[in-house]
Design a binder for this molecule. Structure first.
Ligand code: HAM
Length: 420
């Protein structure tokens, strides 16, 4: 018999592991929520042109990895490969930038799609939590975002990650550098594909991992030497603020990133326990993106952290998150009458906010107690005919094993007191 499987490059999140993903999303978003970022949710697909113009025609993401399709109505759409272009599009559409309160600070969490060659840590469907601060040019904002990501990783117990920091310059100084780099690269012995890349996206060539290419790159002009005074001063201020916050970073002048919209500050969070797919998050400033997608000038900065890879990083560091059991009380009825009475009690407890589950399917005591154990509940309520005749249920503390009868009418108060 044939069965279906998750599509290539995807996987399912199932209990108990799925709880880890929820906890990671929560840990990443918590510092944002308490730092003035409001939640935004955008569609899973957009006009394909938004990404072509925003992320960039010369990037692998747009040319090779996008799930683009035509709808029955003839619209050209793409599953979102990233969140920044969509969030900015939504902010512009809702005129958030005109409400007179800049920067507009937004955070999001969702699924993203890239048609990549799957391997451990690289999937075709993956999950990010991201943050965008739109409409302000202020090094403190860049620093804030990096500090909040650092705080998020640390709150999960991670320590083997590093922050790589670079400046990509602005529309004044980057074109000058680009020309100088192109001149240098054109003189090298490179294959056809790489030669083409020199013309479209020369900075990406610096990122080429092949040793025969890296060898030739020694002596290439470095952007650092071309940064204009304004970019230099801005970058220095970001560095000063990070240092003052006690957030360690490494200057990495080869950090280029795979999206075209970046200007000035760029950064990546890499984890040393993850092998080749080591980037657990990344981001930077994108001062020109708004204009690229038809908006006014709105200097902005943001990041996205990969949830899948953050979970892998936890595993690499051997970190077990302490996830409280989701069920506090488990009810085990013995017999028909008890089923009705205990089911009503379960409903009452739930309505009162006590996390309660029930033994379904007419299991015997042994099987039902197994389910109670598996649920992680601290307390079990057991009742049979004799208990009901006396108006009580047996309340068992699953940690100590102690059991005592409690009047049906007193169960809620008793549990509240014990769980408090
Ligand atoms: P990105 O570097 O393309 O940046 O993605 C951010 C993070 O998403 C990566 O560091 C990685 O952890 C995760 N990720 C990316 N692709 C995959 C994949 N195929 N499988 C698993 N995880 C993946 C952005 O997306 C920018 N929008 C970030 C940003 C926000 N820049 C400014 N604001």
């Amino acid at each position: 018999m044939s069965t279906f499987q998750a599509p290539k490059g995807t996987y399912d999140l199932i209990p108990p592991d799925s709880a880890k993903f929820l906890a990671v999303r929560e840990a990443i978003s918590a510092p944002l929520k308490s730092s003035g970022y409001g939640y935004i949710e955008t569609p899973g697909f957009e006009d394909v042109e938004l990404f072509a113009r925003g992320v960039g025609e010369s990037t692998d993401i747009v040319t090779k990895e996008m799930y683009a399709f035509e709808t029955k109505g003839g619209d050209r759409l793409a599953l979102r490969p990233e969140g920044t272009a969509s969030v900015l599009r939504a902010a512009l559409e809702a005129n958030l930038h005109r409400l007179g309160n800049l920067p507009v600070k937004l955070w999001y969490s969702g699924s993203y799609y890239r048609y990549e060659r799957p391997q451990k840590g690289r999937y075709r469907h993956f999950s990010q939590v991201g943050a965008e601060a739109i409409g302000a040019e202020d090094p403190a904002l860049d620093a804030e975002l990096i500090i909040l990501a650092d705080q998020a990783y640390r709150s999960l117990g991670l320590s083997r990650f590093r922050i790589l920091l670079n400046s990509l310059g602005d529309k004044e100084c980057r074109p000058v550098y680009r020309d100088a780099l192109q001149d240098f690269l054109r003189g090298l012995d490179l294959d056809e594909d790489t030669r083409r890349r020199i013309e479209i996206n020369p900075l990406r060539v610096l990122d080429d991992k092949r040793p025969e290419v890296q060898k030739q790159l020694v002596g290439a002009p470095m952007l650092r030497d071309y940064l204009c005074d304004a970019c230099k001063a801005y970058h220095e201020e970001v560095r000063v603020l990070l240092t003052a916050a006690g957030v360690a970073f490494e200057d990495d002048e080869k950090l280029v990133r795979g999206l075209d919209y970046y200007t000035r500050t760029t950064f990546e969070f890499v984890h040393d326990g993850l092998g080749s797919q080591s980037a657990v998050g990344g981001g930077g400033r994108y001062d020109g993106l708004s204009e690229m997608i038809g908006g006014p000038a709105l200097p902005s900065v943001g990041w996205a952290l990969g949830v899948d890879r953050t979970v892998l990083a936890l595993e690499a560091e051997g970190i077990e998150l302490e996830l409280p059991a989701t069920t506090s009380v488990f009810a085990v009825p013995l017999g028909e009458e008890a089923r009705r009475v205990l089911f009503a009690l379960v409903t009452e407890l739930r309505r009162a906010g006590v996390a309660t589950d029930f033994s379904y399917g007419g299991k015997g005591l042994k099987g039902a107690m197994k389910s109670a154990n598996r649920s992680g509940a601290r307390y079990t309520l057991v009742a049979g005919e004799r208990d009901l005749a006396e108006g009580v249920v047996q309340l068992k503390d699953m940690e100590s094993g102690e059991q005592s009868p409690v009047a049906l009418t007193a169960v809620l108060d008793e549990l509240r007191a014990r769980l408090a």
